[in-house]
Write a protein that binds this ligand. Sequence first.
Ligand code: NAP
Length: 258
Amino acid sequence: MTLNQPIKTEADELAGTTAIVTGASRGFGRAIATTLSAAGARVVGIARTSAQLDELRDELGDTFTPVTADAADPGVAARLIDEYAPRTLVLCAGVSPTMSPLHEQTWESFSQTWNVDVAQAFYWTRQALRRPLAPGSSVIAMSSGAAVNGSPLSGGYAGAKAAVKFIADYAAMESQRAGLGISFVSVLPRLTPATDLGAKAVAAYAGLQGVDVDTFVQAAGPVLTAEQVGRSVLAIAGGQERDHGAYLLTAAGLSPVG
Ligand SMILES: NC(=O)c1ccc[n+]([C@@H]2O[C@H](COP(=O)([O-])OP(=O)(O)OC[C@H]3O[C@@H](n4cnc5c(N)ncnc54)[C@H](OP(=O)(O)O)[C@@H]3O)[C@@H](O)[C@H]2O)c1
């Protein structure tokens, strides 16, 4: 780039392109859909219940398309990738894990996150490679800081999120090997009480330590907000932050993993 060349912003990169965001009805996914929409992308937002998606459509207008569907269904991944050929695909849907210690889990509760979060990452990522998405596209998968630190009260969650990160890593290798030009990036947010899923986990870990939620949150330091998650995903989708395959995400921002 020469000194006279204008610096491209995320909006320059994403305006008029299509993004699919799973888990768009609330929490991180809703903030990501809102941020991508503000950057000029047409956003297709997916969740299983329609009320909050319709509300978001009222908020964002006609460039937001709500789709009520199960993101862990392989047929849904194939149909929507074929129909919309997204430039940006954000895999943010996630089931709220059953919060209890290992000996109180059943195999069914332990494996919930594998059947939703990991299945989603697997089906959509596979389809992104098989179709394939156009060169310059990005697939951003929501893993978790728990993939590094563990999460003793949420059954198979930490392992599932580690698998999500590995799926993105493997896909990035395949994309490079085949010269597809698709970026696969995983994001590992720190636990935050800012969403329904996070608030439930924070309450459980506060209980484990025998403190109230406010004390637990204060001791943990600055809180990651859903809006920060939205801005960080925008930076990756817009190409400003895509040099690494995985990023930890805290209130201080993105930092490469490993
Ligand atoms: N909050 C945290 O502290 C934190 C930290 C690290 C990672 N994460 C990860 O970030 C992602 C978003 O979490 P969040 O905190 O924003 O959770 P949230 O507020 O509970 O939102 C979850 C979203 O996923 C949707 N969803 C769940 N299962 C789905 C399915 N099978 N198909 C389609 N949509 C589905 C939900 O809508 P419906 O229920 O209507 O389907 C909702 O829109 C998750 O993958 C989570 O594991 C969260």
